[in-house]
Design a protein around this ligand. Structure first.
Ligand code: MN
Length: 255
C-alpha cells in the first residue's frame, strides 16, 4: 500500500481537543483528513441531515467543518471531498467521555465510524474516560497503535473496533463485549425560572453491571477496552430459535 489516507471525524465538534490529539497522533501513519462538525453533536447517533443544505468550510489543507452531524461529515468526506481518492480507514474521536454498552446506540462518535463501515471502509472509534488525572496522551498513543494494526491487517466486512481508554496510565488492553448500564433517574422533572415544567433526560449517575468480559469492568479496572462491533444487528440466536419453533403469526400461510 502507498501512503495511507486516514479520515478523522468526531461528535464533539471541530474545536474539541480530542479530535486534534487524534489527528496529530495519526499524522505519522499517512495523510490525515479531518472533517468534523462545526459544533458539538454528541448523542446525535446516526442522524443524517436530509431537509436542509449543508455548508462545508475549508479551514486549512485537509481540514474541514460541516454544519451537520458526524454522519454528515463522513458522508461529505467520502462522497465529495475524498471522492475518487478514498481513505483507507475512518477513525472517530477521541470522544470526551466513554462510549460503552448501549452508549454505542446514542453515540455520534461510534456512528461516524459506522458510517465509514456502511461505505465499506474499516473504522475505529476512540473514547476517553473523564475524571481526575485526565489526559489525551494514552488514548492518542493507543489510537495510533491500533489504527496502524488495522491498516496492516484490515477488519472483516461490516465491523469496527470500539476503543475506550481509562483514566490514568492503562494497565493493558482487554478484548470485551458490550456491557449493560442503567441510569437511576431516567427523566428528571423540574421548573424553569418562569415556573414552567421542564424535563431533563439522562440525569443521575449511570450504574454499570459488572458482567465479566464486558467493556465497563475492563475500564473500571484500568484497562483499555476494545470491543469489535458488527453493523448487522440481527439477533441470530433468536432468529434460529424462531425458525425452529415458529410463532403462530409466522406460520400464517397468507403471509
Ligand atoms: Mn461526544
Amino acid at each position: 500500500m502507498g501512503r495511507p489516507r486516514l479520515l478523522v471525524s468526531n461528535d464533539d465538534g471541530y474545536s474539541a481537543e480530542g479530535l486534534h490529539a487524534l489527528a496529530d497522533a495519526l499524522e505519522s501513519l499517512g495523510e490525515v483528513w479531518v472533517v468534523a462538525p462545526n459544533r458539538e453533536q454528541s448523542a446525535v447517533s446516526h442522524a443524517v441531515t436530509l431537509h436542509r443544505p449543508l455548508r462545508l468550510t475549508r479551514l486549512a489543507e485537509r481540514r474541514y467543518t460541516v454544519d451537520g452531524t458526524p454522519t454528515d461529515c463522513v458522508a461529505v468526506a467520502l462522497g465529495h471531498l475524498m471522492q475518487g481518492n478514498p481513505p483507507d480507514i475512518v477513525v472517530s474521536g477521541i470522544n470526551f467521555g466513554v462510549n460503552m454498552g448501549a452508549d454505542v446506540h446514542y453515540s455520534g462518535t461510534v456512528s461516524a465510524a459506522f458510517e465509514g463501515v456502511i461505505s465499506g471502509f474499516p473504522a475505529v472509534a476512540v473514547s476517553q474516560q473523564v475524571g481526575e488525572g485526565f489526559t489525551w496522551a494514552h488514548a492518542a498513543a493507543f489510537a495510533r497503535r491500533i489504527v496502524e494494526w488495522v491498516l496492516e491487517n484490515g477488519l472483516p466486512r461490516d465491523t469496527l473496533l470500539n476503543v475506550n481508554v481509562p483514566l490514568g496510565t492503562p494497565r493493558g488492553v482487554q478484548l470485551t463485549r458490550l456491557g449493560t448500564r442503567r441510569y437511576m433517574e431516567g427523566v428528571i422533572e423540574d421548573r424553569d425560572p418562569r415556573g414552567r415544567r421542564i424535563l431533563w433526560i439522562g440525569g443521575g449517575e449511570p450504574i454499570w453491571e459488572a458482567q465479566p468480559g464486558t467493556d465497563f469492568p475492563a475500564v473500571a479496572d484500568g484497562f483499555i477496552s476494545v470491543t469489535p462491533l458488527h453493523l448487522d444487528m440481527t439477533a441470530s440466536s433468536l432468529l434460529e430459535a424462531m425458525r425452529q419453533n415458529p410463532p403462530e403469526w409466522a406460520r400464517d400461510e397468507r403471509g
